[in-house]
Design a protein around this ligand. Structure first.
Ligand code: HEC
Length: 148
């Protein structure tokens, strides 16, 4: 029987395991982490409006501020050329004006959400319509620019 050297086996195993690992310091790794935080924050806010979490005006207001800050961050991490592992469509690079427009729209809606939480009293009813526009802004861009 011919033995396969251990080093060859290890290299193969690492190559297989590493094939879709994304470097957290790469632009893709950075924007994925920001998108994930945006999702987590948005889910907490949505959870408060849908009864999954108790509505708390203070935490809703601070969550809105966090989401507004996060929503300004992914865009700087798009390199000049699309990475192979990215789930973004080529359109992100070919229709940059439209992509930027949808990014600005999200930012406008998260800013509006911050503004609405600054007006007392903050209730689920008072923030729900503005929050819905934030969710719609996420979805609008995903429909046009995300591959799945
Ligand atoms: C202007 C466009 C745009 C907007 C607005 C947008 N996204 Fe995305 N999002 C993308 C694209 C493109 C991807 C695909 C990943 C990439 O960039 O390579 C993505 C990916 C994601 C992912 C998957 C990340 C991963 O690990 O693969 C999550 C989660 C996400 N977005 C959440 C959100 C949330 C939440 C909002 C709204 C608060 C939002 N996005 C708004 C364009 C957008």
């Amino acid at each position: 029987m011919k033995l396969i050297p251990l080093s060859v086996l290890l290299v193969t195993v690492f190559a297989l395991a590493g094939c879709d690992r994304i470097d957290p310091d790469s632009p893709l790794g950075k924007r994925k982490a920001i998108y994930q935080q945006m999702l987590d924050t948005k889910e907490d806010l949505g959870g408060m409006l849908r009864g999954r979490l108790p509505f708390d005006s203070q935490s809703f207001a601070s969550g809105a501020i966090e989401l507004d800050e996060l929503s300004r961050q992914p865009w700087q991490h798009y390199p000049k050329v699309k990475e192979e592992q990215s789930d973004a469509r080529e359109d992100v690079w070919h229709k940059q004006e439209r992509f930027n427009q949808l990014a600005r729209e999200l930012e406008a809606h998260t800013a509006a959400l911050v503004a609405v939480t600054a007006q007392k009293p903050v209730t689920a009813e008072s923030v729900a319509p503005t929050f819905q526009r934030v969710e719609d802004a996420c979805e609008a861009c995903h429909k046009e620019f995300r591959a799945y």
